[in-house]
Design a protein around this ligand. Structure first.
Ligand code: ATP
Length: 813
């Protein structure tokens, strides 16, 4: 986050009129209103980043306030510098300047090109455009025909003016000329306040694109291939004006209204932004074209500076205060600035290529140590994996045990249910009403013998008839109405209940079966994995052995090189012995061959020593060796030919003393001897050639082996990843399976709970029925005794008065 940089600038007074009451005093970065006698007025003192007095030149303003933003723009940061103030306070003077005192735009343009020239590692593309906002319409100052342009917004370009002419430029002079041509199209007008008053806001825009320069020497040189695009806005706002002061009418009045309105919206935006992030709410950028275009500069992604220009005259004190308040609020705004980078496809590709290159380098077979390390890493991973597998196996074993226990539990439960079921069946077939357990059966039974139980319970008369058994009756009364336990369904018959239990158990069994199958599958997978592991381990140890062998090859090759070198030295010394004249062509050829040979062998030695040390060898090395080998062959051939030619005329002549002795000793003629030597040389040469070819072959084999091992390593890596994925999926399956098992377990426990509840409920029901039976017997007894009492009373009455007893009393003879 970065605060907007705010400065104020006091222009020189227009007239020499001395102030009668107040004046503005500038001290360092403070400006305050003073009374004529130099006493400051409270509440009218303001501090800013900079305060420039009337003697200050544009160069100073630029250096202190704007230069950093301009430089940052070259480095890829958006930047905006604008001038704000009442009409005729010096905004245009500050931005555009005069011939003697060039303004900020002029200085910025020059500075940008100087800075670009100094930036050697990047290349730039600069585009410029110049627009004005006149009466809330955007006009192109570079192309008068482009009027009333529209503002658009896109992800790539942010807020932009569609159809605005952009000129590609490559020098400050070119830009300044373009600005000059644009100035002609700008709207100026005369007012009471300013003979050349800007009637529009102008925005001079520079788009600076830059890209790191390609330097082919290093592979890593253009890592920073991203394109930076920054937008720099240099804005000269039209001045706020009091119509009364400017004396505007007609066109000027209309302009003035638009100017004031857009400045008011700018003030609103600044106010909102200065409220701080929390209280901000909606920022009305869209209320005017000016704020919309300046949006990135106000609270967005841009470095921004504002220069507020002041007219020092006492007559403008109120406007000046207004400007200072605007400046004070602007000071509180923070922007969030960052470099604007566009990563092109090419840049991305380049980065990826470098990464691949790096990986390749790591995988280079010649770097056997790297390979070995990778193998070790792979081995470690495998060990870890092995441990995890073992852990998983133990977990599976435990799971299997608990599964068995659960199965046992279900079996027991099933047996219980079967027992219960047989008990119920037995009771039903026996036909005893006391065994009736459900509401429905209770109702049926009761309706047969004594009306429905509910009816009985509801009848007051019945209750009154059975006084003395109220407690029991209450119990009976409650029973039919009581809610049956929720398991598994309400109001179902025992047969149905059992059926449900059976279904539930069947379901649980099938779930268990599924879980068991899953487990079997898991076990199979584990076995396969172990086999894969073993295979992989075997391959890794093979690879290790190969690596060791590979490491040995360069050493052997180095030994071969040493042998070849010795042979070569012998050949050279033999050839040397034939050279009599140090200046002959044969001698020259021989010394060149000697040099080439020495260089070839030292290259070979370095080559193989580097290979042994595990250092990287460039591909060009092999080509160099081959070329040197070829050259050496040619040289030696030429030497021999030249020797033969030079010795030929010597046939019959006396050779050197040593040679002569040797020949005499061997009893050969000179011609024969030369032919013999030539043959020997040819033989030696072909030996060297063969050696060289074998070396080359070995090198090729070596490279091939390395390639193979690299491929194998890659395939191992792929396999390893696959195994890892498999292991993860297995783990997931195991987790899923154990979750399902836990669910099954929960369900089983629930079934058990419900079962015991049901058993308890049945027991309660039995007790109640028993109670009912007892109560019923008691009532029967009392009814019988009542009946016999009645009978005896009737008998008595009959005896006393046999005719008067009506038959309606139910008395039967
Ligand atoms: N710092 C300064 N030094 C010398 N002259 C100045 C300075 N500032 C402004 N002036 C002069 O004051 C007059 C008004 O300035 P200018 O036109 O720049 O004001 P403005 O704020 O752009 O007005 P408007 O908003 O009406 O366009 C011009 O003649 C200008 O040369």
């Amino acid at each position: 986050m970065e605060k907007i940089c705010v400065a104020v600038r006091v222009r020189p007074p227009v007239s020499d009129e001395s102030s009668n009451g107040t004046f503005w005093k500038v001290e360092d970065n403070r400006i305050s209103l003073h009374k004529t006698l130099s006493t400051p007025i409270t509440g009218a003192s303001y501090t800013f980043d900079y305060v420039f007095d009337q003697d200050c030149r544009n160069q100073t303003v630029y250096e202190l306030l704007t230069k950093d933003i301009i430089h940052a723009a070259v480095e890829g940061f958006n930047g905006t510098a604008f001038a704000y103030g009442q009409t005729s306070s010096g905004k245009t003077f500050t931005m555009n300047g005069s011939e003697n005192d060039p303004g900020i735009i002029h200085l910025a343009v020059k500075d940008i090109f100087t800075k670009i020239q100094m930036t050697n590692d990047r290349e730039f593309l600069i585009r410029v455009s110049y627009m004005e906002i006149y009466n809330e319409e955007i006009n192109d100052l570079f192309a008068v025909e482009n009027q009333k342009l529209q503002i658009h917004e896109s992800l790539e370009r942010g807020v932009f003016v569609a159809g605005l002419r952009e000129e590609i430029v490559n020098s400050a002079e070119q830009v300044l000329k373009l600005i000059q041509s644009g100035e002609v199209n700008r709207h100026f007008g005369e007012t009471n306040m300013n003979v050349r008053s800007s009637r529009s806001h102008t925005i001079f825009r520079m788009v600076i694109e830059s890209k790191g320069k390609e330097t082919s020497t290093s592979a890593y040189s253009s890592l920073d291939d991203a394109i930076r695009v920054s937008v720099l806005n240099l804005v000269d706002l039209a001045g706020s004006e009091r119509i009364a002061k400017t004396g505007a009418g007609g066109v000027r009045l209309k302009e003035g209204k638009h100017i004031n309105k857009s400045l008011m919206i700018l003030g609103n935006v600044i106010n909102k932004l200065s409220d701080g992030a929390k209280q901000r709410g909606h920022i009305p950028y869209r209320d005017s074209k000016l704020t919309r275009i300046l949006q990135p500069a106000l609270g967005g992604n841009a470095k921004t500076s504002i220069i507020c220009t002041l007219a020092p005259e006492e007559v403008h004190v109120e406007e000046t205060k207004g400007t200072l308040q605007f400046a004070s609020r602007a000071k509180r705004i923070t922007n969030c600035v960052q470099v604007n980078e566009i990563l092109t496809d090419a840049a991305l590709l380049k980065r990826q290529k470098l990464e691949i290159e790096e990986l390749r380098r790591k995988l280079q077979g010649s770097q056997s140590e790297v390979l070995e390390q990778e193998v070790l890493k792979l081995r470690n991973d495998m060990l870890k994996y092995e441990l995890e597998r073992e852990k998983l196996a133990t977990e599976l074993e435990e799971e299997r045990k608990s599964h068995k226990e659960r199965e046992q539990c279900i079996k027991e439960q099933q047996m219980k249910i079967e027992n219960l079921s047989s008990l119920v069946t037995f009771s039903d077939s026996d036909g005893k009403s006391s065994q009736v357990t459900t509401t429905q059966s209770l109702k049926e039974e009761s309706s047969d013998s004594h009306n429905t139980l509910s009816n009985i319970a509801d009848e007051d008369t019945w209750l009154k008839m059975n006084k003395g058994y109220v407690a029991d009756l209450d119990s009976i009364h409650m029973t039919p109405a009581r809610k049956v336990q929720s398991f598994p369904f309400n109001d179902i018959t025992p047969g149905c209940l059992i059926e449900n239990y059976k279904q539930e158990i069947e379901h649980l069994k099938s779930q268990l079966e599924l879980a068991r199958k899953e487990k079997d599958e898991l076990e199979c997978n584990y076995v396969e994995e172990i086999q894969m592991n073993e295979k992989l381990m075997g391959e890794i140890s093979e690879l290790q052995q190969e690596t060791l062998l590979l490491r040995e090859i360069p050493r052997q090759l180095l030994e071969s090189v040493a042998i070849c070198k010795d042979i070569y030295k012998d050949v050279l010394s033999i050839l040397q012995s034939f050279v009599t004249d140090g200046k002959s062509s044969a001698s020259k050829l021989l010394s060149s061959s000697s040099e080439i040979g020495t260089s070839l062998f030292s290259t070979l030695e370095t080559h193989f020593s580097m290979t042994i040390d595990g250092r990287r060898i460039s591909g060009g090395n092999n080509i160099l060796i081959q070329e040197k080998g070829k050259m050496l062959c040619e040289m030696l051939n030429n030497t021999i030919t030249s020797l033969v030619l030079s010795e030929a005329p010597m046939n019959g002549n006396k050779p050197s003393k040593d040679l002569q002795c040797s020949w005499e000793y061997q009893g050969c003629t000179l011609g024969e001897e030369i032919a013999c030597l030539k043959e020997k040389l040819h033989h030696d040469l072909s030996t060297i050639k063969e050696k060289y070819q074998s070396l080359e072959k070995e090198l090729n084999t070596n490279a091939h082996l390395l390639e193979v091992s690299k491929e194998r390593y890659q395939s191992l890596e792929r396999e390893f990843h696959l195994m890892k994925e498999e292991r993860d999926s297995l783990l997931q399956t195991v987790t899923g399976s154990s979750q399902r098992l836990a669910q099954v377990n929960d369900q089983k426990e629930k079934v058990l709970r419900d079962l015991s509840n049901e058993v308890q409920r049945r027991k309660d029901l039995e007790d109640e029925i028993k109670q009912f039976g007892i109560a019923f017997t008691c009532r029967q007894k009392s009814l019988t005794s009542f009946q016999s009492e009645l009978k005896s009373k009737l008998d008595k009455l009959k005896a006393q008065n046999p005719v008067s007893i009506p038959k309606s009393l139910g008395y039967i003879d």
